[in-house]
Design a protein around this ligand. Structure first.
Ligand code: 2M8
Length: 411
């Protein structure tokens, strides 16, 4: 019988094994670099047993911050041919080889939680990180708002690579001139669990366009056909700005503009309410069309401090349809696929963010979600993600963020 203590140890061992010296890779083989939001989860995991190492994880991530404030989604500290597309394909223009896009801004929220665990040790780290976090958030506010909601310029930016929300805008891309390339992901895990060739052709086409434009935001705004206002980005940035405001007030740091940013993002979040679907939803910036998807990102509203009885009804509905929620796509939709990456599977990290929001609002489903996530990991291990119908593990194994979620929330 595996006890909580055994699982705690296994989780700590995974973080230590995936530690590459100051930063953590998501999992050996499939993801050999530092990923932005993976690292933020890892930091909160480390904070449960090694608080200095937690701060170091975030500090290493910010060594890759670009001059314009953007913090890239992958940092290529040392080259590894096992992942495609690597540093040369991306041509990132920051101080450390990196990708040219970003990821959900959860670092400020994680930093706030780590700071609260030990304010005395955390204060110097937090003071140093604060202006960098502000610069990153300002970059979003300057370049990435549509009706106050944050839009993405690549499916990888939202962290939810192949969710059905991107199907229609991806259809509009003609990747005819993308050229030959060799995928590496399907050499590590079964292709049936990964995005399709249709998706990859367009992922790479978008990377090639960004590189050609030198990742220049004003030019990308004009040329990029893929611009989708996204609940993940909008809710996480809104939450992150609230965290910076609280930290800035507590530490006497510069909070100028934050209250206005929060108001703008609050109205942006409401602009993602799809009244016909009765859910928060993604919106195609180019066409104004709704994705018409209830995804796990729709349920990040509470994390952003927004309550919604209608969204609660949706949560109750999707949780009643699978054994292990929250599914990344609506099980009632014909596009639901329980094993294919972000088209149905359950992700412990999303459950943690949704769960934190529910707990803060004393929501009646809060405890159920935490208990389900706990049972899921205890029974099926530290997989990258899980089939929500039976909990079977999928994707990469010994995964950093699942171990971190266990330590910091689910255990
Ligand atoms: C997945 O995304 C990467 C590209 O960024 C990939 O499939 O190659 C996503 O699940 C993303 O959210 C995650 O950060 C990354 C590493 O775990 O893998």
């Amino acid at each position: 019988m595996t006890t909580t203590k055994d699982l705690d140890k296994q989780a700590r061992d995974i973080l230590k094994q995936n530690d590459r010296g100051g930063y953590t890779i998501p999992t050996k083989g499939l993801y050999p670099y530092q990923w932005n939001w993976d690292s933020a989860f890892a930091a909160l995991g480390f904070a449960q047993f090694d608080i200095e190492r937690a701060w170091q994880e975030l500090e290493t991530l910010f060594t890759a911050q670009w001059d314009d404030g953007m913090v890239p989604h992958i940092v290529f500290h040392q080259s590894d041919p096992g992942y495609f597309p690597g540093p040369d394909i991306w041509g990132g223009t920051g101080p450390v080889p990196s990708s040219g896009i970003t990821q959900p801004p959860i670092a400020a929220t994680m930093a706030h939680l780590i700071y609260q665990l030990d304010p005395q040790k955390g204060e110097p780290h937090m003071r140093a990180l604060y202006p960098k976090l502000r610069a990153w958030h300002d970059w979003f506010m300057q370049w990435r708002l549509d009706q106050g909601a944050v839009y993405i310029t690549h499916p990888w930016e939202a962290g939810r690579d192949n969710t059905p929300e991107w199907d229609a805008p991806m259809e509009r891309i003609d990747p005819a001139n993308v050229g030959e390339y060799e995928r590496r992901d399907t050499q590590h895990v079964d292709g049936s669990m990964r995005p399709t060739k249709f998706d990859y052709d367009r992922y790479i086409w978008l990377v090639q366009m960004g590189k050609r434009l030198n990742w220049n935001q004003p030019q990308l705004r004009v040329e990029n056909p893929f611009q989708v206002a996204d609940p993940t980005m909008t809710f996480t940035l809104l939450r992150a700005q609230r965290d910076l405001l609280a930290l800035g007030e507590a530490l006497g740091l510069n909070i100028n503009g934050l209250a206005d940013d929060i108001l703008r993002l609050e109205s942006g979040a409401q602009s993602l309410w799809n009244p016909e679907l009765q859910s928060f939803d993604a919106r195609d910036v180019r066409t104004g069309e709704w994705a018409n998807c209830v995804s796990n990102a729709s349920f990040l509203c509470w994390y952003a401090g927004i309550d919604s009885p209608e969204q609660s009804a949706q949560l109750e509905r999707v949780l009643s349809q699978v054994k292990y929620g929250v599914p990344s796509h609506d099980p009632a939709s014909p596009k639901f696929d329980g094993r294919r990456y972000w088209r149905g599977p359950t992700w412990a990290i999303m459950n943690q963010l949704i769960g934190l929001g529910l707990e803060e609002m004393n929501h009646p489903l809060a405890e159920k979600l935490r208990a389900t996530t706990r049972d899921l990991i205890a029974a099926h291990g530290f997989a990258e993600y899980f089939d929500p119908t039976d909990g079977s593990p999928a994707g990469g194994k010994a995964f950093t963020w699942t171990a971190a979620v266990w330590l910091s929330w689910a255990n």
